[in-house]
Design a protein around this ligand. Structure first.
Ligand SMILES: [Zn+2]
Length: 196
């Protein structure tokens, strides 16, 4: 069987002479483990460790190797160390812009509140909003916490007479199936039809 990446002599950006590569990958010279010159080429993270950044330069080669921990083949972009620019220092304005960008990731699109955690990029809605708005997908993890459909709005919840309970206002849980003695786990199993 032929090699997947046969050795190829090719013109490369980091040397005047032709160098041995393993062909091309996405239009760039492909290098295998150990043949990339460490003094001339570096990954983005290696540049960062040197206090450098690609600075808008395109990668000049691709390094491939097998990552044991990830159990897969990794393709890393290599940049010319020579063409790298120094890392820009953080200024108060840059810190502020970064903070605003991170806050926008945590803000709920429905209630505009900070959810305290990064929300999914596809649908930036916090869990309480997702539940009160309805339309939960059948596989939504909120089904493990709350069962049934919301019947009251937030205002109606606030007006509920909770004097019979000890203190705090507790949202009523509407059970689709009466809770079994074994607890919520058994209820979930019953919903999936695993228990007769
Ligand atoms: Zn919300």
């Amino acid at each position: 069987m032929a090699r997947q990446y046969p050795w190829v002599l090719a013109e490369v950006a980091w040397s005047d002479a032709q160098e041995f590569t393993r062909g091309t990958y996405e239009g760039l010279p492909l290098l295998s483990w150990g043949i990339a010159p460490r003094d001339k080429l570096a990954t983005r993270r290696q540049l960062r460790a040197m206090g450098l950044r690609p600075g808008g330069r395109e990668p000049v080669a691709i390094l491939y190797f097998r990552c044991r921990r990830a159990c897969k083949k990794v393709f890393a972009r290599l940049f010319l160390i020579e063409g790298a620019a120094p890392v820009r220092p953080m200024t108060p304005a840059r810190w502020a812009a970064l903070g605003a960008a991170m806050a926008a990731r945590r803000r709920c699109a429905q209630c505009r509140e900070d959810a305290g955690t990064e929300l999914p990029r596809t649908r930036r809605v916090c869990d309480p909003c997702r539940y009160s708005v309805g339309g939960l997908e059948p596989w939504d993890h909120l089904h493990d916490v709350v069962v049934g459909e919301p019947t009251l709005t937030a205002a109606e919840h606030g007006e509920l007479d909770t004097s019979g309970r000890d203190g705090g206002a507790v949202a009523p849980v509407i059970w689709l199936h009466p809770p079994a003695a074994a607890g919520p786990a058994a209820v979930c199993a019953a919903e999936r039809g695993e228990v007769a």
